[in-house]
Design a protein around this ligand. Sequence first.
Ligand code: PHE
Length: 338
Amino acid sequence: MKEKLQQISDEALQSIETANESSLEQIKIKYLGKKGELTAVLRGMGALSPEERPKIGQLANEVREKIESAIAKKVQQTKSKALELKLKAEKIDVTMPGTALPAGHIHPLTSVQRELENIFIGMGFEVVEGPEVELDYYNFQALNIPENHPARDTQDTFYITDKILLRSQTSPVQVRTMEHRKPPIRIISPGRVYRSDALDSTHSPLFHQLEGLVVDKGITMGDLKGTLETFAKKMFGEDTRIRFRPHHFPFTEPSAEVDASCFVCGGKGCRLCKGEGWIEILGAGMVHPFVLSNCGIDPEEYSGFAFGLGIERITMISRGIDDIRLFYENDQRFLDQF
Ligand code: PHE
């Protein structure tokens, strides 16, 4: 029996030596399994003499332990070998040049909007937003534009119901701000606006405006002029001058259209300013007392100014773009230039 055990041990250890992952399992069953060779020997132990039984039993246990640990060692070896191979196969050379991805950039309208925001933030303004789907009340009524007022014709927009529309200007944000804030108020509000205009080189049914509003005690037209002059110099260059032309907006009184001196020719007249020397940049005025009252602000105590500019217009002037449609066509040949 001793010899038999020794033989089993030798055979098992040898086959473990040359085994692979799947044959190891077979070997385990062959020697240590319920119907395995070692088990068979142990079963035959009943025939042994009482003196021999413990010796053979001990030897059998030693053989079992030897086989078990050899198998465990082999399993460990094959595992680490497999891992090594895998690592080798999947090796990445991090020093190799990567695949270059074409980098995009900010749309010219967005970058001009941010430029505008930065200029006004630098002057102490705060950026606020308002809804694009707006009530007739905020877009027109509260801004001193009652039903049947001719100003509604020039700002015809898209109606969702009789009372709900896509805002035709950012001016409703003036009202929304004044309704829930006490002066001093110093805000700008950029965003999308809509008008039912046919698309051509200077009109689009969707475009962007930036509204400005300042309300406090003792605000005068001088504050409006100073603010807009500072803005124009920052936007178009330090030599820029501005001029006010009388105009009419229902929600400001007095109202003005504001021009900047042409930053290409300095005012002599050129292609950009169409020989005028001046370029219209925005509409502005002193907040109408009716609008202040509509918002619960006493016009006897407070006054304010407001202005509104077209972001597309400012972008076209400052970047030399001659067709508004280019902004919305996503043509990379156009976008790549900015
Ligand atoms: N909302 C006006 C427009 O769209 C512009 C404006 C804003 C004029 C604020 C005066 C004051 O034409």
